[in-house]
Write a protein that binds this ligand. Structure first.
Ligand code: F6R
Length: 606
């Protein structure tokens, strides 16, 4: 949510900043801007809309030639997305880019107004720039420290001072920031993919730390101004993973990456054919003694958690509660010391999930993060961490990250059930063997996507549609519905099939599409009755099922058949047509699938 970058080195930085920003556009695309130190001052260029508008503006002017600058791609929080509200913000002396929210910006604004400052934008960020300017008296560090004492909220900042050309100052509180280390050049960025083309070495700026970055040196300081030592990390992500590699969109590329990232995610957690999370610090004793398990997350991550809930209750007989992190935080959840809390997050930076994790820790829970981004806040603050291996997910609409979150939930449920004695070693090995078949089955399914393309033609003109299912199919239907509405902008709801007749069935009109997921043998007869109920009221029914079930001709208008496997594993296979249906519907409608309207990835604001 908002991406910030910075470069200081020996090369004119304008193109480098734009290149780095282009790799962060998934964090917001309401506006973009850069500021570059030049001729004793700071030149800034900014434009509303996507990065291409900024590029066009720069192409029409004399390009800034300075070798030190900062850049920003915005997801608007305060103030509409226009040129004026675009970052960078500041004065002749100080310019900054900001990711996060300053909660007390109104008080800061009044304070500065009394001191004679005026404001041109509606942003919270401008107040921070002006506060630093207010405190600036030839000592950038002191100005930043003084200003920070006023700030309430979350922020990462990249700051330039006109009389300190060649230096970028960075400050972090909650919102993520890394410092990339190159040769005679250094960087700042909100996320690793932004700098992968230039360097793989990076430091993670922690809360309450300041970085002073020059071409040849990076210094880290605490808020007392003491120099601190930090560990240098090496990014293991493949550079190509952050490129489209010949695909039309990141989303479809990431869907096709699923077989390999699922296999990669499983590998470290299967030892001698049995699930094993000991490398994440999860001890058998911890699992044996859990009284209650909580799973928290947002969006697709919480949907993966729901699959986990069904599995763990069924296989391990353990009490599980899944919560949307933004609700969990404010409802005073009952957590007893010793309860086990799993926080699921791709970015590891989602503000609500992070705060829910902190609350759980405060209440004495043991916490496990299931996280994709190495070194992210939730990963660092969890007692134990299990990294998923999706690699960089660039498409705003999550596919492969959700899939590896589910994969991890499966293996975790198997281990939990085995350790607690509710399934035998033999059964556990069998499930793992069946899991190992999933990557090849998805690969094979993806070799021909024509059925989903065809089905999408039946959805494109709908104003509204329903996803239904029972049990695990219901959990998956929530993800199917989210994918579709997120990128096709068609309203959809997901409903437990048995719940329809308690109100929702009144939405069914002639031609209303209903996507029914019906893979579970024990429930299919009931689901088929619910399908019959909507069909007889005029619904256009698409059924997603496996070969083992025969769907009578008059029971559905369209059948999507997924490969078969052990029944509890079928959500991993049925998820793929859900993603493809959303993708192709959005494509037919001409939508920008990688950058859906109003959205951004890595939701670092509440
Ligand atoms: C949907 C989607 C979001 C994220 C949610 C949580 O396609 O991407 O719903 O799943 O914002 O994000 P993370 O996993 O980064 O915490």
């Amino acid at each position: 949510m908002c991406g910030i970058v910075g470069y200081t080195g020996t090369t004119p930085c304008c193109d480098i900043l734009i290149d780095c920003l282009s790799r962060l556009e998934y964090r917001g695309y309401d506006s973009a801007g850069i500021a570059v130190c030049e001729n004793g001052g700071i030149v800034s260029v900014k434009a509303a809309g996507k990065l291409k508008h900024l590029k066009a503006k720069i192409a029409d002017m004399e390009k800034p030639k300075g070798t030190c600058g900062i850049g920003h791609t915005r997801w608007a929080t305060h103030g509409e997305p226009n040129d004026t509200n675009a970052h960078p913000h500041g004065t002749d002396r100080v310019m900054l880019v900001h990711n996060g929210i300053i909660e007390n910006y109104k008080e800061i604004k009044s304070f500065l107004t009394e001191k004679g400052y005026s404001f041109y934008s509606q942003t919270d960020s401008e107040t921070v720039a002006k506060l630093i300017d207010y405190y600036y008296d030839e000592d950038p560090l002191q100005a930043i420290i003084n200003a920070k004492a006023h700030l309430v909220g979350s922020y990462s900042l990249g700051i330039l001072f006109a009389d300190r050309p060649g230096f970028i100052y960075a400050l972090r509180q909650d919102s993520p920031l890394i410092v990339g280390k190159g040769t005679k050049e250094n960087f700042i960025a909100s996320d690793v993919p932004a700098i992968l083309h230039h360097t793989r070495s990076y430091y993670i700026l922690e809360h309450d730390e300041i970085a002073v970055i020059a071409a040849n040196q990076v210094t880290f300081l605490d808020l007392e101004g003491n120099v601190i030592a930090k560990e240098l990390h090496e990014a293991t992500w493949d550079i190509d993973a952050a490129e489209k590699a010949g695909y039309d969109h990141f989303m479809i590329k990431e869907i096709h990456e699923q077989p390999s990232v699922i296999a990669k995610t499983m590998r470290p957690h299967i030892i001698n054919g049995m699930p094993d999370f000991s490398d994440c610090g999860v001890q058998a004793d911890d699992l044996r003694t859990i009284q209650k398990l909580h799973i928290i997350g947002c969006g697709s991550a919480v949907h993966a958690g729901l699959i986990g809930e069904y599995l763990i209750e069924k296989l391990a007989g353990l009490d599980v509660e899944v919560s949307i992190a933004s609700e969990f935080r404010y409802r005073d959840p009952i957590i007893h010391p010793g309860d086990f809390v799993i926080a699921i997050s791709q970015s590891g930076e989602t503000a609500d999930t992070l705060e829910a994790l902190r609350l759980s820790k405060k209440k004495g829970a043991k916490t496990l993060g299931i996280i994709n981004v190495v070194g992210s806040s939730i990963a660092r603050e969890s007692d134990m961490v299990c990294y998923t291996q999706a690699g960089p997910e660039i498409s705003v609409c999550s596919t492969k990250a959700y899939m590896v979150q589910m994969t991890t939930m499966y293996l975790f449920a198997f281990e939990l059930a085995y350790i607690r004695g509710s399934i035998s070693a033999e059964a556990c090995r069998y499930y793992v063997r069946q899991m190992n078949k999933i990557p090849a089955q998805i690969e094979q399914y993806l070799s021909d996507t024509s059925v989903c393309q065809h089905a999408a033609t039946h959805l494109k003109d709908a104003n509204s549609l329903l996803y239904i299912g029972r049990g695990l199919d219901y959990c998956l239907s929530m993800e199917g519905s989210l994918k579709l509405k997120e990128i096709s902008y068609i309203h959809s709801e997901s409903y437990a099939a048995g719940e329809l007749k308690h109100g929702t069935i009144s939405l069914i009109e002639n031609g209303t599409p209903v996507i029914a997921i019906a893979t579970q043998s024990s429930l299919i007869h009931k689901t088929m009755s619910n399908i019959q109920e909507v069909k007889s009221r005029g619904a256009f029914v698409i059924v997603v099922t496996t070969d083992r079930h025969t769907i009578k001709k008059d029971a559905a208008d369209f059948v999507i058949t997924i490969p078969d496997n052990e029944e509890i594993l079928l959500p991993l296979l049925a998820a793929v047509p859900m993603q493809l249906l959303a993708y192709y519907t959005a494509i037919i409608k001409g939508n920008n699938v990688d950058q859906p309207r109003n959205l951004a990835k890595s939701v670092t604001v509440e």
